[in-house]
Write a protein that binds this ligand. Sequence first.
Ligand code: FDA
Length: 301
Amino acid sequence: MSVKDFFIALSENQFLNNNAKKYGLKLGAQSVVAGTNIDEVIESIKYLNKQGISCTVDNLGEFVFERSEATAAKEQILAVIEAIHTSGVDAHISLKPSQLGLDIDLDFCYNNLEEIVSLAHQYDIFINFDMENYERLQTSFDFVERLSEKHDNVGTVIQAYFHRAEEDLAKFKDYRLRIVKGAYKEPETVAFQSKDEIDANYIKLLEYHLLNGKFTSIATHDHDVINHMKKFIALHDIPKEKYEFQMLYGFRKEMQIDLAKEGYNFCTYVPFGEDWYGYFMRRLAERPQNIQLVTKQVFNK
Ligand code: FDA
């Protein structure tokens, strides 16, 4: 088992996920998770906004198999939307359909999503549907399409490791899209496995959407990709209002500020909440060097 597979397996362990909730942010998670409650996350957003950075807020939550948990998650996201509106911070929402009942009942999930999207629509707040594993992909896309018939504040994510990504991108070209490489472990029947293939497809999709799409969030920490896209944007004179760079909270902080200072639109993905464990393990899977965060916390006591 590779280090990456090891951390992905940990992220999928329900027992460890549930236990972690009881103990607050631990193991260095506090450097990549912006607090456990709404007040803390709004403070983090204000700090980033002051540096010219907008935010997308993710109320962390995994393994939701009970209606009561999905309803609680919905209430929490509605409260975040109210807090964004009343505080006037520059932020929108990222959410995962599985947290709102996708694995419980599709109508129930749709109604939860509808409530969120329509409150956000009243306040002109954008809702981004994060994309999860392949099993949930088509249902999530269907929800996005159905909701966008009523509201124009909905967008989603295209994961470049999927063989079908190019087709999905063409279908969703009139949406605001975040394009990423893809974070979950997927079999070769549905996803590219090698870094070279994923990177090549990633750049191809970004270029396509920048030239043909509505709005592109270039979501990566990969400096080679970022430098390539900067040149591509300059060469094709892509207007600023058509794209932004995105990175996760706590990663490459200096580069985030530098990109904003250079005049690029920049948005930080800001996760918060008690259910931080699965998110944190996926970040360790992507970049085992992040394990330093853990060892520092465990040994520098
Ligand atoms: P990758 O991990 O491929 O690294 C490439 C190179 O960049 C590394 O070799 C290293 O040189 C450099 N590098 C990367 N991270 C670094 C760091 N922290 N410090 C220094 N150098 C670093 N996935 C998903 O499946 N669904 C989703 O909805 C989302 N949403 C999402 C939002 C945002 C804002 C981001 C940034 C990412 C996601 N992802 C995601 C995760 C995404 O799919 C992917 O797993 C990670 O971003 C890791 O890939 P990268 O492109 O960042 O670089």
